[in-house]
Design a binder for this molecule. Structure first.
Ligand code: ZN
Length: 208
């Protein structure tokens, strides 16, 4: 993960997830970033999370890795050759307070181990992705299951928007949003991330 540069994330990219949190479905992508210090690998490790910041929510997401510095006219296929599954963690109570004050989300979205990644695997293209569900289990029970066909903004649109706004370079990551079913993490919960039927990564939570 040493070659990862910037972590860009899109919020509310699945209508049912926006609804479950009582948020409006956005008309343009809601974008935020995480520091690279937030990265952790879902390789079976125990990952520690803060015990004194209120509820911590998991959000399963598809993560695209930018494989080259993006230039005008590049297509998605030119730019993306690898993907991963990720969990975007949110300190939900902290985020609610920040939203009330109109403050940035960084404290709620950028804490240690808040950007969890499986190992990267080859990206089959956005059409093929629509045929493959991605899912998350918590202690053996399915909690989130999504299809990219349910996304509000497509991979292509997110790529275009992020490149126009920030410029995208080799090693940048795009967290592409979470389907419905987000929920709370408790101490000792075990999470497993699946691409289709295939396990791609797992981690155990330690909250102390
Ligand atoms: Zn998210």
């Amino acid at each position: 993960m040493e070659d990862i540069r910037n972590i860009f994330c899109i919020g509310r990219n699945y209508a049912k997830h926006a609804e479950e949190l009582g948020n409006e479905v956005p008309s343009e992508p809601l974008l935020f970033t995480k520091p690279t210090n937030a990265l952790a690998l879902a390789d079976g490790s125990v990952l520690s999370f803060p015990a004194t910041k209120g509820e911590i929510h998991y959000e399963l997401e598809i993560v695209l890795k930018i494989g080259k510095d993006v230039e005008e006219g590049d297509s998605l296929a030119d730019v993306i050759s690898e993907m991963a599954l990720g969990v975007d963690l949110t300190l939900r109570d902290v985020q609610s307070k920040l939203k009330e004050k109109g403050h940035p989300w960084l404290r709620a979205k950028g804490f240690r181990h808040s950007a969890i990644l499986t190992p990267f695997f080859s990206f089959p293209g956005s059409e093929a992705c629509k045929e493959i569900p991605f899912s998350l289990t918590k202690n053996g029970v399915g909690v989130q299951r999504g299809h990219t066909a349910q996304m509000i903004f497509s991979f292509e649109e997110i790529l275009k928007e992020c490149d126009a706004a920030f410029g995208l370079k080799k090693g940048d990551l795009l967290f592409t949003g979470t389907p419905e079913g987000v929920g709370k993490i408790a101490d000792r919960d075990v999470f497993v991330l699946y691409w289709g039927e295939e396990e791609k990564g797992r981690f155990r939570a330690s909250i102390a």
